[in-house]
Design a protein around this ligand. Structure first.
Ligand code: ADP
Ligand code: MG
Length: 384
């Protein structure tokens, strides 16, 4: 495993932590894959200075000459293709873990088009390359064990870890830890959304948590038959729930591997089912954006009822909950349109937050062609 040896008692301070922000929006660019390199696809995305990203969009003028538009966006963090899951973890989910151990709620979303790296980030390729699920679980167990040993922390002395894993497909819930059993979410008398019958598995180590996750992931891909893997059309929600000895919920960390964002644009798909799926995904991603924004602005009204996704995450959009969004993008010139859509979405999530210092996206024509489909745009795909 990877040993980055950072004590949880001195959490990495990030810019937004210092400013007390509750949402952070980050971008992760993956490297060109081996196959993309072989096909000669160009890398048109450049990560700069840890917080900005530039997309070099190839355009054709009326006289058929080619020119390049440079789109620059700024976020809380931008991870280039050389960054590892551990690098991403330390600046995204890690700052949320202490909040969860103190009884709070936090959510980490992976957003982006199919193939952009959402599952690579969240799940990784365990056990060799762990993703955010395992890295977070490891820190939760380490911290619980160390505080339970020396008893000098704010974490209650007996805290138990439970995991649930379900997916939302076409607005319906399926339990990935219970043979894809259909589940129903309801608001109880205290306006708390409950998922009746959701299976929660008690886990006592990172390895047993990983086993549970891998089991659920297997359920995920077997799902409904069809041309496209169901995983690109559904949202997967992994929740790590902490409970005290009285079985009271104390803190909750949710990870959401969202449906492929390109599916939200499938409104003209000739296939009726695809259109329906696309409309549902579109609705949930719009609602998600609004709910995160309202959390950031401490609005009294959160439109969480607008989709099943936001409804089941209701408790993550209220109170002192914290949220992190990781927008994943592909570097390939063939994905430029979807990459720009993803970056614009992530930008809108942040739009009203972050105070007056926010830098707006810019578009500038490039004086000389940045890429001609054969250059590597000055960024070599290094795999760490
Ligand atoms: P998504 O879940 O968004 O559809 P995946 O995570 O399955 O995308 O990634 C698509 C492909 O790209 C996979 O083969 C994956 O291993 C590879 N990949 C994604 N992100 C990275 C990365 N940061 N470094 C190396 N390979 C990556
Ligand atoms: Mg995936």
């Amino acid at each position: 495993g990877c040993n980055y040896g950072l004590p949880l008692s001195s959490p990495v301070s990030t810019r937004k932590e210092a400013g007390g922000q509750r949402i952070s929006v980050c971008v992760r660019k993956r490297p060109l894959t081996y196959a993309e390199n072989r096909r000669g696809e160009a890398d048109v995305v450049t990560a700069h200075d840890g917080d900005s990203v530039v997309v070099h969009e190839s355009k054709e003028a009326v006289d058929l000459t080619q020119y390049i538009l440079q789109h620059r966006f700024n976020y809380d963090e931008v991870f280039g293709e050389e960054s590892s899951n551990v690098d991403v973890y330390l600046k995204t989910a890690f700052p949320l873990i202490q909040h969860v151990l103190n009884g709070g709620k936090a959510t980490c979303f992976a957003y982006g088009q199919t193939g952009a790296g959402k599952t690579h980030t969240m799940l990784g390729c365990p056990p060799q390359r762990q993703g955010l699920y395992a890295l977070a679980a490891r820190d939760i167990f380490t911290q619980l064990h160390s505080t339970q040993d020396c008893g000098n922390s704010t974490v209650p002395s007996h805290v138990y870890v439970y995991v649930s894993f379900f997916e939302i497909y076409c607005g319906q819930l399926y339990d990935l830890l219970d043979c894809r059993k259909r589940l129903f979410a309801r608001e109880d008398g205290h306006q708390v959304v409950q998922i009746a019958g959701l299976r929660e598995v008690k886990v006592e180590s990172v390895n047993s948590l990983l086993e549970v996750i891998l089991w659920g992931t297997g359920e995920r891909t077997q799902g409904v038959s069809g041309v496209n893997p169901v995983s690109s059309r559904s949202h997967a929600l992994l929740q790590i729930q902490l409970r005290d000895s009285g079985n009271r919920a104390t803190g909750k960390m949710s990870f959401v591997d969202l449906a492929g964002s390109e599916r939200a644009a499938d409104s003209r798909d000739p296939d009726r089912l695809s259109r329906m799926e696309g409309a549902e995904i579109n609705q949930s991603l719009l609602a998600l954006k609004e709910c995160i924004r309202s959390l950031d602005q401490e609005q009294s009204h959160t439109p969480f009822r607008q989709s099943k996704l936001t409804q089941v995450l209701k408790d993550s959009f209220v109170g002192d909950s914290k949220t992190c969004m990781i927008a994943n993008v592909s570097p390939s010139h063939l994905a430029t349109k979807h990459t720009l859509n993803t970056l614009r979405y992530a930008d809108r999530v942040k739009e009203l937050g972050g105070g007056g210092g926010r830098r707006r996206p810019t578009v500038t024509p490039s004086p000389s062609p940045k890429h001609d489909q054969t250059s590597s745009s000055g960024t070599s795909a290094s795999r760490g």
